[in-house]
Design a protein around this ligand. Structure first.
Ligand code: HEM
Length: 358
């Protein structure tokens, strides 16, 4: 075979392979795109679901931790841009209240930022792109923002860059001389009833002082859990609060609740009662050995809850002892929420009966 016929044979083989696999190519490409959504796909993506409300009959403070779904440590969804606007405004107007980093936390914050950037660029490569040199440059295609960090650059707070990229609030937990974990750095933009300005440096135990039964029921387990966390065993848990909004309240006011859960709306409609869920994640950072704590806030109004969860919520509300109900603001929204649940359950049962008759 001369050279020419060799080349012709190679082209023929190539064509054969392309024709053979052409049908499957678009599918593979689509699958790839689905795994790596772009800016337009994001606008259709619902938030990563928090744990559903379980409907426990007896109130108990629970750790309720499970293995982290690592592919979704950080999430991006259709609310990204709206929440990004709120986050940027908070970092501009309320900076000291929403972000505090003690000096000893710098290396941990930098490591957390590196992890955040690596994760986002791998998970959402159509949205986040990085260039690594002596410094790292991260570009966000959705917001058009670019941040530079690392190398000699120490003028920008790494944790601030991290939370300008994520939908999650991020905190760094470090150990003090008594081997207790404390809040060494925190960017908590969507807090409920507290600010990092007043609580930075507090131990986990002191942070939870206002939580009824915390010390009696979970304090020890939480200490053990944090001590045992390794880089290979990241964990997550979910928490929910119920809050009331005024009908005219905007996203900024709903998400940023530094003083209290419930606004002044004595007669809330179901669409003004908000189930505020927090998906919390815990990861031990391998280099600094510190813990990065992530909190994603997900809002659902009462009328949007599926029937089963609504009934579970009603069960839990009724199970809270008086002082727990007081801490959770039940007197503001409890009666209305239970009334709504009762009515919806009745309608649901009637519908079921009708369907049974047909
Ligand atoms: C496994 C670990 C943890 C558990 C089991 C836990 C559990 C809880 C619970 C049950 C509440 C009360 C919420 C409610 O039902 O109304 C709470 C509130 C709170 N948690 Fe945690 N938490 C954990 C980790 C953390 C961490 C790492 C931080 C650090 C920022 C934190 C900060 C807070 C704060 C600031 C509050 C509000 C307290 C207040 O009312 O002033 N938690 N937590």
């Amino acid at each position: 075979m001369n050279t020419l016929s060799c080349i012709a044979f190679a082209i023929f083989l190539l064509l054969l392979i392309v024709t053979r696999y052409r049908k499957s190519l678009p599918l593979r490409w689509n699958q790839h795109r689905a795994q790596h959504p772009g800016c337009n796909d994001i606008k259709r993506m619902t938030p990563y679901p928090a744990q559903p409300i379980k409907g426990r009959e007896r109130y108990r403070v629970m750790m309720d931790v499970r293995r982290l779904d690592v592919a979704n440590w950080l999430t991006v969804d259709k609310n990204y841009m709206d929440e990004h606007v709120v986050r940027s405004e908070l970092l501009q107007t309320e900076k000291k209240k929403v972000i505090q980093c003690l000096p000893e936390s710098y290396d941990a914050c930098l490591e957390a930022l590196e992890e955040v950037v690596d994760f986002l660029c791998q998970r959402f490569p159509n949205i986040f792109e990085q260039k690594c040199g002596s410094e790292t440059v991260i570009h966000n295609n959705m917001t058009g923002e670019t941040f530079t960090f690392g190398g000699e650059k120490r003028d920008v707070d790494p944790l601030e860059i991290a939370v300008r990229l994520t939908m999650e609030d991020l905190s760094i937990l470090m150990k003090n001389e008594d081997d207790e974990y404390y809040l060494a750095a925190s960017a908590s933009l969507f807090p409920v009833g507290w600010t990092v300005q007043e609580r930075i440096g507090w131990t986990i135990s002191k942070l939870h002082n206002p939580v009824p039964l915390w010390h009696q029921q979970v304090a020890n387990s939480v200490s053990k859990f944090l001590a045992r966390l390794t880089p290979a065993s990241p964990m997550e848990r979910s928490n929910y609060f119920v809050e009331v909004k005024r009908p005219d309240e905007d996203l900024f006011e709903i998400l940023y609740r530094p003083t209290s859960l419930s606004e002044d709306n004595p007669d809330p409609a179901p669409q003004d009662i908000v189930i505020r869920r927090e998906r919390q994640t815990f990861r031990r950072l391998p280099r600094t050995g510190t813990i990065v704590f992530g909190v994603k806030t997900i809002l659902t109004t009462l009328d949007e809850l599926p029937m089963q969860e609504l009934q579970n919520l009603a069960k839990e509300i009724k199970s809270w002892p008086e002082y727990v109900g007081e801490y959770k603001g039940r007197e503001v929204w409890g009666a209305k929420a239970l009334e709504f649940c009762e009515k919806k359950s009745q309608l649901y049962e009637q519908e079921k009966e009708k369907m049974g008759e047909v």
